[in-house]
Write a protein that binds this ligand. Structure first.
Ligand code: HEM
Length: 509
């Protein structure tokens, strides 16, 4: 017995030693610089993202790049690059240069309980193309312009609800108000019917908080994929009664209901096509390239959850952060109002449509700078080149390596964006603007680039124009810190101890 125990211990020790030597000296990534501990174990990332730190690995990556250079090894099979000139290689367009998503990063791929069969979470390049192709047209610029009344109607509801608070002294957290708006917009836009939250007194704060924090599961899922997947499958039975879980469940049920109603309508054969509703679900059901097994209600619900998740928090936070910077900078506010008054002389004047607002240069620059500083998806977008070795200035990146860049690091690079932590819309106007635009990667690049960017832009134009020309608001007990991303859980995250981006409604314009 003691001998068997000794033999087992020695074998385990030898296995460990072999793994250490392999990862440090023999691994195909051993020539890429970076901390030794990161090359040995993914728990190096967990130390910064889960415990004792939270959501800090992105910022640590910046320090690692400063020390080791633009390409670093951040995990046994993972590298990170910080170079805008290399974006087209990591995130190419077109079918020739296949890019899969990384199974190490997308730990939830295939898991129905967590959007795992959506286009977003699809690992394989070819299957992703077919899944995304089924709904991409519904988010095209033409479709967004056609359906903009759906957006505008929701902004009007928000405007009226803010105006009802005029002079009451009530404090509104713009993170919640804008989150409620974007939740209603995305559900109205995709399903032709909203999840109604704008009329709730606190703009559905619990919902908002739940969505803001839901991405915090990602570092845990990456560090402990099997356990997290198993727990998510079992969650129903032991999480009942937990407020966050119940709210999430309630939202999921509402998305299920909206998706099912649209799905049933799309499949009705007794209704002429012109009488069917116009929804993203109808597009998917009608798509001819998508095989039948991809058109089950359960599979389509995966895409529906992503539409709601992806469409709400990113755009809501961008609106709130942009409004903060406008209200905190009287010069910018004044210049913007002068431009807006040229096309909206009074709050009773008809609201120009999105294509007219897009022609306003200062508004466009303010929104672009808002997108840059909100860091929607701040963190790394991990890819794998399955059939191609890449070469970064003589450094080989073997096929199969998980590689990524992070928009946060590009958007805060002082060489590309001087004084990067300051709000300067002018950087997107005049000389240098073309360069700045080329380096704006908030919506990602390549075949997996954000499908909802036209919708996001339309929401930004309509909301900022309509609110600023009719509602007079003042910041209340809010500082720049409250509007500054301090953590990263794939999405940029505002400080957890902040009381919000708060305003009081002081008048109507
Ligand atoms: C400011 C707002 C937004 C930002 C910054 C943003 C950013 C991004 C980024 C960077 C990606 C790529 C993710 C990856 O590579 O893994 C992405 C994907 C996606 N976004 Fe957005 N997004 C925004 C708004 C929206 C909206 C309004 C929708 C509405 C439906 C949306 C739907 C999606 C979807 C479905 C994908 C997955 C696309 C695919 O995998 O082919 N996003 N978004």
């Amino acid at each position: 017995m003691p001998f068997a125990f000794l033999a087992l211990s020695i074998s385990i020790l030898l296995l460990f030693l072999t793994a250490i030597i392999h990862r440090l000296y023999l691994h195909p990534l051993s020539h890429i610089p970076g901390p030794r501990l990161a090359a040995l174990t993914y728990y190096y990332q967990a130390y910064y993202d889960i415990y004792p730190h939270r959501g800090q690995f992105l910022f640590h990556t910046a320090a690692l790049h400063a020390r080791y250079g633009p390409i670093i090894r951040i995990g046994p099979n993972e590298i990170h690059i910080n170079d805008i000139a290399f974006y087209p290689d990591v995130y190419p367009t077109g079918p020739q240069r296949r890019r899969d998503k990384s199974a190490e990063w997308f730990w939830f791929a295939g898991l129905d309980e967590f959007t795992g069969r959506s286009a977003f979470a699809t690992l394989e390049h070819g299957l992703h193309r077919v899944r995304r192709g089924a709904f991409a047209g519904f988010f095209s610029r033409g479709k967004v312009l056609e359906l903009q009344p759906r957006i505008r109607a929701k902004v009007e509801v928000l405007r009226e609800s803010l105006l009802r608070r005029e002079g009451t002294g009530e404090v509104v957290d713009l993170r919640d108000a804008c989150g409620a708006l974007t939740l209603e917009v995305i559900t109205e836009y995709c399903f032709g019917a909203p999840i109604s939250v704008l009329d709730s007194d606190d703009y559905a704060k619990v919902y908002n908080e739940m969505l803001r924090s839901s991405t915090q599961i990602h570092p845990i899922g990456r560090a402990f994929p099997m356990v997290t997947r198993a727990l998510l499958r079992l969650a129903e039975s032991f999480m009942e009664g937990n407020e966050g879980f119940d709210v999430n469940k309630q939202k999921q049920k509402e998305v299920d209901r909206l998706t099912k109603a649209a799905y049933d309508d799309a499949r009705r054969t007794d209704k002429p096509d012109e009488e069917k509703w116009t929804t993203a679900i109808h597009e998917i059901v009608a798509d001819e390239a998508l095989p039948p097994e991809e058109k089950t209600l359960k599979r389509i619900m995966n895409d529906a959850y992503v539409f709601v998740g992806a469409g709400m928090e990113t755009t809501g936070r961008t609106l709130a952060v942009t409004l903060y910077h406008i209200l905190a900078n009287p010069e910018i506010h004044k210049r913007l109002m002068e431009e807006l008054r040229g096309v909206i002389p009074s709050s009773s004047a008809p609201m120009p449509d999105v294509s007219a607002l897009e022609k306003l240069p200062f508004l466009t620059a303010v929104l672009t700078e808002g997108i840059r500083m909100s860091h929607g998806t701040a963190g790394r977008l991990a890819r794998v080149a399955p059939g191609e070795d890449l070469n970064y200035h003589g450094i080989n990146i073997p096929r199969g390596t998980t590689m990524s860049q992070s928009s946060y690091l590009i958007h805060t690079n002082p060489v590309i964006f001087p004084a990067p932590l300051e709000f300067h819309p002018e950087r997107f106007m005049g000389d240098g603007a073309a360069e700045a635009h080329k380096s704006l990667v908030a919506f990602g690049r390549g075949t997996r680039m954000c499908v909802g960017m036209n919708l996001a832009w339309a929401e930004l134009y309509l909301t900022i124009a309509m609110l600023l020309t009719s509602v007079e608001m003042e910041l209340w007990e809010t500082t720049e810190r409250d509007a500054t991303v301090a953590m990263e859980f794939f999405l940029g995250t505002l400080p957890s101890d902040s009381n919000g981006i708060r305003v009081k409604i002081v008048g109507r314009l």
